[in-house]
Design a protein around this ligand. Sequence first.
Ligand code: SAM
Length: 211
Amino acid sequence: MKPKDEATRSLPVGWTFFRQWLKNPLRVAAISPSSKQLARQMMTQLPKPCRRVIELGGGTGVFTQALIDQGIAPADLLVLELNEELHQHLVRQFPGAAVVCGDAGNLFEIASAHGFVGQERADAVISGLGLLSMPRQTQQAILQAAFDSLHPDGRFIQFTYGPANPVTREVIDALELTARRASFTWWNVPPATVYVYQRRVSRMMAPRSMR
Ligand SMILES: C[S@@+](CC[C@H](N)C(=O)[O-])C[C@H]1O[C@@H](n2cnc3c(N)ncnc32)[C@H](O)[C@@H]1O
């Protein structure tokens, strides 16, 4: 192992995260990892039962650990992280999970390659992505791929630092989704609100060929 890698490994993970934020604030989208309180609120929104989960933007792994603590088996977890340094951290932390260094925009291909298809699709997608700062087309591509990788009644669970729904009305209508503001916590830097997105009932009931 190179000395630089060794030095990076011994740094506190919050510092690693902060350094990645300095390099690309819009993409990393937060100056510090998510809090345990926010993780708890995200977990409260998981459907019951919940077996297979995809996490987008795993970062330092606060939500990944919370999912495992909720009883999700690492083998039923797929975690995507675009930042190489954070990806390496996640691979070391969660050896039993599929942790991919990849773009959420390519989620459908990545999820299919990892067996999240047919009956093995996900029950929930947990997202730490900064959706609010993404252009509408990028938002739509990510949500479309997420719902293609979810069971018909699966949930997309997202948090935001903004005062309003981070997914534009155009995207919600184009994908025929419902959006629900689930909870808010002051105990995060910055304070955060949790939103849950699902397919509208009529779309869930329609045969797949008509969707
Ligand atoms: C707000 S942070 C997530 C914080 C995480 N919950 C934690 O506690 O560390 C957002 C993460 O999404 C990652 N990210 C941003 N754009 C991405 C993309 N298109 N695909 C995958 N990951 C992405 C960033 O590198 C960053 O780690």
